[in-house]
Design a protein around this ligand. Structure first.
Ligand SMILES: *Cc1c(COP(=O)(O)O)cnc(C)c1O
Length: 460
């Protein structure tokens, strides 16, 4: 059965040409890139699903708002328009703009993380994980076990395991936990949503121990819409009402606005704590810019102020989540293992099950990502051992992630149904000859965030 594909709730006014280069040129391009899709030239790619971050198409309203940008150094009108939107949707006492999500994480970590401390979450995303480690902290992932079973249809696989969290706090001790987090939706775990019930219970648990609670809010609008679709009691609420309730339980949030705020650059950090806010302001001024622009141009703040509302639009969210489900349906029909149910922003192919003959240390996810480029000039992102394998800080032994995934992240309002059909056909061709694929080994790998710049060589 062909999955449902609702017509896009927009029409195309500006086009950006793309070109499918011939197979021989693709072989050369991926060799030059050290078999790392991050190092490819964008113009050599036909369909780019590396990330949904900053790759969305802005609306005519956002482009119009850009023309109204006020570039005053301090107290610009653009700042106050953003402040109105942030106060209206999120409702915290203080906020600062940052140039993107990781800048907000860096500042939060600089202010709160001390060497040796731990920061629990359902699952930290790679930049959050690295920012905590870079300050000597230890990120801990305490998502429910269902998250690690790709076939389990649990509607909220991003949920925190409350028993694990309680045991963790008891074991580590409150004084070694400067703050706790939860990521909505859970990007590293497949873009899976967190239920309102879980957010509320996680907040109550953190607060019972006096631990401040921060949300990593990159995909808060998609999470809100999943709550509307799947959680009893929310069907009649609007996404913005649901978002307001989600944030009402938290003490602050950090956010990449490059996702659900549909801007090409931008981030936010918000919190209620007065003392922490003063330190945040000082760090921001030191590293990013003055508190009313945080490393962005005034026009970027305006695009974000408009995009925050567009990302919460119900017709847009219905189209967005159906598009993801449609692509998942086409892949599922061909017997390709996915994280089920599909998340909001991306499809996660279970490369471990597609390439069972390639062990963790030979990077099955990387192998599939390279093959997608060779077969169809598609760029996707490995989320597996290249990204997350690391030596245990105590024993030095290699710890591999439980899942070897390839993420097809879908940029917002960018690709059409025929692009998705082409993707599914290309991946189907690879799946039919999967047993012939061989793994890769590193020829270069930096210590932190190594997937961005690592280089590889095919194994014989
Ligand atoms: C993208 C993302 C970040 C980092 O944001 P950048 O804007 O890329 O720096 C942090 N957490 C999550 C969940 C993300 O998806």
């Amino acid at each position: 059965m062909t999955p449902n594909y609702p017509p896009e709730p927009f029409r195309i006014k500006v086009v950006e040409p793309i070109r499918l280069i011939p197979p021989a040129e693709r072989i050369k391009a991926i060799q030059t890139a050290g078999y790392n899709p991050f190092s490819l030239k964008a113009e050599d790619i036909f369909i780019d699903l590396l990330t949904d971050s900053g790759t969305g198409a802005m609306s005519q309203h956002q482009w119009a708002a850009i023309m109204e940008g006020d570039e005053s150094y301090a107290g610009a009108r653009s700042y106050f328009r953003l402040k109105d939107a942030v106060d209206d949707i999120f409702g915290f006492k203080h906020f600062v703009p940052t140039h993107q999500g990781r800048a907000a994480e860096n500042i939060l970590s600089a202010v709160l993380v001390k060497p040796g401390c731990s920061v629990p979450s359902n699952m930290h995303f790679d930049t959050t994980d690295a920012n905590i480690r870079a300050r000597g902290g230890r990120p801990a992932n305490l998502v429910i076990d269902e998250a690690f079973d790709p076939a389990n249809p649990h509607p909220f696989k991003g949920n925190m395991d409350l028993a694990k969290l309680k045991a963790f706090i008891e074991q580590i001790g409150v004084k070694n936990i400067p703050f706790g987090m939860i990521t909505v939706t859970n990007n590293a775990g497949g873009g899976q949503p967190v239920s309102m019930e879980n957010i509320k219970a996680v907040a109550a648990l953190y607060h019972a121990y006096g631990i401040p609670f921060y949300i990593d809010a990159a995909r808060y609008a998609e999470n809100a819409y999943f709550i509307k679709l799947r959680e009893p009691g929310f069907a009649d609420k609007t996404p913005i009402e649901i978002a307001r309730e989600m944030f009402s339980y938290a003490d602050g949030f950090c956010m990449s606005a490059k996702k659900d705020a549909i801007v090409n650059i931008g981030g936010l950090l918000a919190l209620n704590d007065e003392t922490a806010f003063r330190q945040v302001s000082n760090e921001l001024i030191l590293r990013e810019g003055f508190v009313s622009y945080g490393g962005l141009a005034g026009r970027d703040l305006d695009a974000m102020a408009v995009g925050l509302y567009e990302g919460l639009d119900e017709d847009y969210l219905a189209y967005r989540l159906s598009q993801t489900a449609y692509l998942a349906g086409l892949l599922r029909e061909q017997g390709i293992g996915l994280i089920e149910p599909p998340g909001g922003h991306a499809i996660y192919i279970d490369a471990g099950s597609l390439l069972p003959h390639i062990p963790h240390g030979e990077f099955p996810g990387q192998t599939l990502a390279v093959e997608m480029y060779l077969e169809g000039a598609i760029r996707a992102c490995e989320i597996g051992s290249v990204m997350f394998a690391h030596p245990d800080p105590d024993t030095g032994e290699m710890i591999f992630p439980r899942l070897e995934l390839v993420r097809l992240a879908i940029p917002r309002r960018v690709y059409t149904q025929s692009h998705l059909n082409y993707l599914a056909e290309t991946i189907g061709k690879i799946a039919r000859r999967a047993d012939q694929l061989r793994g890769y080994k590193f020829t270069y790998a930096p210590e932190l965030l190594r997937h961005f710049t690592a280089r590889f060589e095919p194994l014989k």
